[in-house]
Write a protein that binds this ligand. Structure first.
Ligand code: 5GP
Ligand code: ZN
Length: 135
């Protein structure tokens, strides 16, 4: 089965397009978490952040900054979240990289998906070292 986001880029499936350039495509999410929920994707298919070149990530962010400003100008939200899911364990349901831009209003129904609680500083710094060594 063809990737649904590739089909959107190719115009085979309709979508409310907001912006496109040579590398990226931005369109409204069909099931918005809040009004103005927008997705930015690379036109080329990458499953998620684990197989996407860093330069493509740069292109995504280069589009995200002005689009966030445009959302603020158009909809006057109190805030905005960038959200990005990788693999099923990380909430990913469409396996073509996408960055969510979700406008936020005070008192809206969205909640942080984790409960912040202080971690063990030794464990945190051990993990930091582990990641640093893997870089
Ligand atoms: P994920 O859960 O992978 O982070 O996000 C996938 C997003 O794609 C969801 O927010 C979902 O509503 C959106 N989505 C799924 N299918 C379509 C579609 O056909 N068109 C549009 N515009 N959005 C879609
Ligand atoms: Zn795709």
């Amino acid at each position: 089965m063809e990737c649904i986001f590739c089909a959107i880029v190719e115009g085979k499936i309709p979508a409310a397009k907001v912006y496109e350039n040579e590398q990226v495509f931005a369109f409204m999410d069909i099931a918005p978490a809040n009004p103005g929920h927008l997705l930015i994707i690379p036109k080329q298919h990458y499953r998620n952040i684990f197989d996407m070149p860093a330069e493509v990530g740069t292109k995504i962010m280069e589009a995200a900054v002005p689009l966030a400003t445009a959302i603020r100008k158009a909809l006057n939200p109190d805030g905005l979240n960038l959200f990005q899911s990788n693999e099923a364990a990380g909430f990913q349901t469409v396996f073509h990289f996408h960055l969510h831009l979700i406008p936020r209003w005070e008192g809206d129904p969205l909640r942080l998906p984790w409960k912040p609680s202080e971690g063990d500083i030794k464990e945190i710094s051990n993990i930091a070292t582990k990641i640093q060594e893997a870089l």
